[in-house]
Design a protein around this ligand. Structure first.
Ligand code: PEP
Length: 260
């Protein structure tokens, strides 16, 4: 069964200054002027430094936006961190949590993510939770176990009602970035099924079927439809191929024409 909406978005990582941000949003808005936002949720996740500019630029837009990380505390002695209370000022819709680069370079772990998810929900942000196994996990055939473990810890103690406001992105670490190789659509389908089933076991099927599950990892204009047509793939979380607004808008239009 296909969800009513598809979800298409991008994380800019540590790219784009304020001038780049303005130009990107202006161009993207022009290219997607005819899009029916009842059918598609489109989102951008810029660096913190762009959030004020994004807030202004998207004042009358249906584009969603978010931040790439946040601390779970409202304030405190945590130099270099940004709190949910601070992010409130920017009216963000989404908070991306657990990207593999955060786990790899900044030792972010599932227990911290569990705290962050609860904080995000408390502040009415939609957490976009990234899960994904490493190359080595795949080699030994334990991808499904890794994903199940991540979900069980990250969602521990999260109320079932809150899942109506929570998205998951499956981003296998070996598929992401310049050195990444996209997963096969069959593999994505298998893991997305496991994600859906795990949420079903932790809560129930009704709750599980409403959670959007996005795939991310070397998605581009040529392969996007191969993932989105698979069962339990409700959207795409795109890096490099969406950092140029024309290319992102081509993917958006292609997906709408094919699936909506
Ligand atoms: C990512 O880093 O989350 C990602 C999906 O990147 P890319 O599409 O460039 O592989």
């Amino acid at each position: 069964m296909r969800m009513k909406k598809i979800y298409l978005g991008t994380n800019w990582k540590m790219h784009k200054n304020l001038a780049d941000t303005k130009l990107y949003l202006q161009t993207l808005n022009e290219y997607i002027i005819d899009v029916d936002f009842e059918k598609v949720a489109i989102f951008v996740i810029p660096p913190y430094t762009s959030l004020s500019t994004v807030k202004k630029a998207l004042k009358n837009s249906k584009l969603l936006y978010g931040a790439q990380n946040m601390h779970w505390q409202d304030e405190g002695a945590f130099t270099g961190e940004i709190s949910p209370k601070m992010l409130k000022d920017f009216d963000i819709d989404l908070i991306e949590l657990g990207h593999s680069e955060r786990r790899q370079y900044y030792n972010e772990n599932d227990i911290d993510l569990n705290r962050k998810v609860k904080a995000a929900l408390k502040h009415n942000f939609t957490p976009l939770i990234c899960v994904g196994e490493k190359e080595e996990d795949k080699k030994y055939g334990i991808g499904p176990e890794v994903i199940r473990k991540q979900l069980k810890i990250i969602l521990h103690g999260v109320d079932g009602n809150a899942l109506a406001n929570l998205w998951i992105a499956y981003e296998p670490v070996w598929a992401i970035g310049e050195d990444g190789k996209p997963a096969t659509p069959d593999y994505v389908k298998m893991i997305h099924g496991i994600i859906r089933d795990t949420i079903g076991e932790l809560y129930n099927e009704e709750i599980a079927k409403e959670v959007p599950i996005l795939y991310g990892g070397s998605v581009n204009e040529n392969n996007a439809y191969l993932f989105l047509r698979e069962e339990n793939v409700n959207g795409l979380f795109i890096g490099r191929a969406a950092w140029e607004p024309k290319s992102f808008s081509r993917i958006i239009h292609q997906m709408i024409e094919t699936f909506c």
